[in-house]
Design a protein around this ligand. Structure first.
Ligand SMILES: C[S@@+](CC[C@H](N)C(=O)[O-])C[C@H]1O[C@@H](n2cnc3c(N)ncnc32)[C@H](O)[C@@H]1O
Length: 269
């Protein structure tokens, strides 16, 4: 039985994505993602189903993540770098108005096609053991755009944002901008839910996926730049735009992160 770290280090699993991005400057990374979609290479990161860890959080911790706001309206959730849209659809099936954002137009059309089929006959993988259809369905929509452009959602802000394998897909130099865009896109008091992956990879190793051990709290709670390798003196505590409210080890996660992934939930100050 191989561990997640060992699997990532197989020549096939590890080096294709890394080499692809090493060949282009950071300014060209949007094009590099587009190329991967256009050449049918999304299987390099596609897990084939929504996140078991997020499903369990939604179904078991309504105290944290109810889809209905105090005024009775559905909450709006954004999934940046949503890929094929598994989580966007699953979130709508759990009652949220869910929006997926993707840089690639091919990614968006793939997600739209997936959502169209999946909403007609949702597969069992969208629901966990504690599923009870209490809230009905929310809406699903997709936006083609660059997360780092201030007008990418046409000024719309969100109650919640979910990040899985979006931060780890970005070059470390983009991390401070990632945190600042997250702060811009959330209402005050809004929640940023991160399924932290990969935490088992050494900080000195290249990505994508870039290793993230300690990176979320540095960026979001401490106000650091999230670049933790090579090591440097600790930041002044608590100067970030977010406060970490929950830090949960999920019982179930994707096989690639099972036993290592953490769910962190940050509130926008
Ligand atoms: C590693 S994939 C993860 C996809 C998805 N979260 C999943 O779990 O399948 C990263 C995704 O982010 C998208 N992406 C990269 N840079 C982006 C940007 N600046 N704005 C929006 N999407 C971006 C890529 O096209 C790709 O689909």
């Amino acid at each position: 039985m191989t561990t997640p770290a060992e699997r990532l280090q197989t020549p096939e699993g590890r080096s294709r994505l890394i080499k692809h991005f090493e060949q282009s400057s950071i300014e060209k990374h949007n094009d590099a993602w587009n190329d991967l979609w256009e050449t049918g290479s999304s299987n390099m990161w596609d897990r084939g189903k929504p996140s078991p860890a997020l499903i369990d959080l939604l179904e078991q911790r309504e105290d944290i993540l109810s889809p209905i706001a105090a005024n009775g309206q559905r909450k709006k959730i954004l999934v940046p770098g949503c890929g094929k849209g598994y989580d966007v659809v699953m979130l709508a099936l759990h009652g949220f108005d869910a929006v997926g954002l993707e840089i690639s137009s091919k990614g968006v059309s793939t997600a739209e096609e997936y959502a169209h089929k999946e909403l007609q006959t949702p597969q069992a993988y969208n629901f966990g053991p504690a599923w009870a259809n209490k809230f009905g369905r929310g809406s699903v929509s997709f936006i083609q755009g660059d997360f780092f452009q201030s007008d990418c959602t046409k000024g719309e802000k969100f109650d919640l944002i979910y990040d899985y394998t979006f931060l780890c897909a970005l070059h470390p130099e983009m991390r401070a901008q990632w945190a600042s865009r997250m702060a811009d896109l959330l209402f005050s008091g809004g929640l940023l839910v991160c399924l932290e992956f990969p935490l088992f990879k050494e900080l000195s190793h290249p990505g994508p996926p870039w290793p993230l051990q300690g990176v979320h709290s540095d960026l979001l709670a401490e106000g650091g730049d999230g670049i933790l390798y090579p090591p440097k003196p600790p930041q002044q505590a608590g100067t970030g735009s977010f406060e970490r409210k929950w830090y949960i080890k999920p019982e179930r996660s994707y096989e690639s992160g099972q036993g290592a992934d953490m769910l962190s939930i940050y509130a926008r100050k």
